[in-house]
Design a protein around this ligand. Structure first.
Ligand code: NAD
Length: 258
């Protein structure tokens, strides 16, 4: 039976790959994120034609708790359940702490951490009532280790790891699992955009940043593919993964083994 899968920030990058993978399995999808209406329409049509499930788009801004509550309520009123929740929306800002704009700190904590509290809070009663649910938080290698100049991002991602474990304990007896995925670098717009700022902060060329900062962090010296993170999400949402809860899976080319 088709499940209802809500993926925040699914108009681009990793979230789009995750939504695409679930849609291909025939699940109903709730898309979310920013983008041009015609591009979002194209995504919607492509996903619908791939697996036969229905796809809706909700424009909730992940800095706005009331809009986030409406995202979950709309998913439930449209499809009758929220079975899989993927908290993926995220942004980055790269700057020294002493120069880090206060409003950027607040925005990153809101989008990369608090939005997941709001989605989970709204989804819990629905999942508990069905005695079924899969919550997947897209954290990061930066949920486990730090890098300089990414204070807000690293703090938010470490926070997500704590929220994941707490929610898992509260939901363990209700058929609901909660896990985090910790990717290394994936070449999405989020990473492409930070290359010039990282170059400035470190006094390097953009090419040096790619090879000496980004790919140096990963012993495989290769980017992780968004589709590989999607495949891991499909596993964590499967019946086989029902005893996997309150933990994380790293997919980082060996980065955090060092
Ligand atoms: P991306 O920039 O390609 O996509 C981000 C998505 O979030 C987009 O759909 C965007 O519209 C949406 N978004 C941004 N602000 C939003 C807001 N206020 N409200 C609603 N949606 C909003 O980035 P990505 O690389 O695919 O990142 C997705 C997630 O993966 C993030 O949580 C990121 O931290 C995490 N991650 C990325 C990498 C990487 O290397 N790219 C590594 C580890 C973790």
């Amino acid at each position: 039976m088709a499940r209802t899968v809500v993926v925040t920030g699914s108009t681009s990058g990793i979230g789009l790959a995750i939504a695409t993978a679930f849609a291909a399995k025939g699940d109903n999808i709730v898309l979310n994120g920013f983008g041009k209406p015609e591009e979002i329409d194209t995504i919607k049509n492509t996903l619908e034609s791939s697996g036969g499930g229905k796809v809706i788009y909700h424009p909730a801004d992940m800095t706005k708790p009331a809009e986030i509550a409406d995202l979950i309520a709309t998913a439930n009123s449209t499809f009758g359940s929220v079975d899989v929740l993927v908290n993926n929306a995220g942004i980055q800002h790269v700057e020294k702490i002493e120069d880090f704009p206060i409003e950027k700190w607040d925005q990153i904590i809101a989008i990369n951490l608090s939005s997941s509290f709001h989605t989970i809070r709204a989804a819990i009663p629905l999942m508990k009532a069905k005695k079924y649910g899969r919550i997947i938080n897209i954290a990061s290698a930066h949920g486990l280790v730090a890098s300089p100049f990414k204070s807000a991002y690293v703090a938010a991602k470490h926070g997500i790891m704590g929220l994941t474990k707490t929610a898992a304990l509260e939901l363990a007896e209700f058929g609901v699992t909660v896990n985090a995925i910790c990717p290394g670098y994936v070449l999405t717009p989020l990473v492409e955009k930070q290359i010039p700022d990282t170059a400035k902060a470190r006094g390097m060329t953009e090419e040096q940043v790619k090879n000496e900062v980004i790919l140096k962090a990963q012993p495989t010296h290769e980017f992780v593919k968004a589709e590989e993170i999607a495949a891991l999400s499909i596993y964590l949402a499967s019946d086989d993964a029902r005893q996997v809860t309150g933990t994380h899976v790293s997919i980082d080319g060996g980065w955090t083994a060092e």
